[in-house]
Design a protein around this ligand. Structure first.
Ligand code: IMP
Ligand code: MG
Length: 177
């Protein structure tokens, strides 16, 4: 594990400001009613926490986890559900909350299985997007920041389970894909 602190890519103030904007935007698109947020563990847990605290109106949350096979910083494309939701989605206005969309394979898989559960609506909010890495065309309704093809850590995102506690999004100098 590298001992150097990751270089700052997006600082705390930028994160807070953009997430407040996203919360407003999401609420404007559903002015009344309950929004059901699904946090994709583990990476999106801080994003979910800040997003819903910036949000007005009625909100419920649930958590799911999936793993994509593959070592290091690239995903193999094979996705497996490792923790399912506690409750059903029928008739609900659902927002998937994801940390980052890279190849798009994880999100595509999640959208397919969640749509099959008959929500009234299904939208996706991703804090970060790396469009240059996309392998599959996937719809992301709300994107916090579009970034270049760099491996990022912090604010929930990890490298080998480390760095999730950094309050900012950073870049590890030593990580190569
Ligand atoms: P995808 O299936 O290739 O879109 O990968 C999505 C998942 O890979 C994300 O939910 C992250 O968990 C992980 N991931 C992709 N890029 C990064 C990164 O730059 N830093 C940390 N995790 C990443
Ligand atoms: Mg993830």
């Amino acid at each position: 594990m590298s001992t150097a602190q990751p270089a700052v890519l997006i600082d705390q103030e930028e994160l807070a400001a953009r997430i407040a904007d996203l919360a407003r935007e999401i609420r404007q698109d559903s002015p009344s009613g309950q929004l059901h947020f699904i946090c994709v563990l583990k990476g999106a847990f801080l994003f979910l926490g800040d997003l819903i605290r910036a949000m007005e109106g009625h909100v419920t949350i649930d958590f799911m986890a999936c793993s994509s096979y593959g070592a290091g910083t690239t995903s193999s494309g094979e996705v497996r559900l490792s923790k399912d939701l506690d409750s059903g989605l029928e008739g609900r206005d659902v927002i998937i909350v994801e940390d980052i969309v890279d190849t798009g394979l994880t999100l595509h898989y999640l959208q397919e299985i969640l749509l099959a559960r008959s929500p009234r609506s299904l939208r996706t909010a991703c804090l970060l997007s790396k469009p240059s890495r996309r392998k599959i065309d996937v719809t992301v309704d709300y994107v916090g920041f579009t970034i270049e093809d760099r491996f990022v850590v912090g604010y929930g995102l990890d490298y080998d389970e480390q760095y999730r506690n950094l309050p900012y999004i950073g870049v590890l100098a030593s990580v190569t894909e």
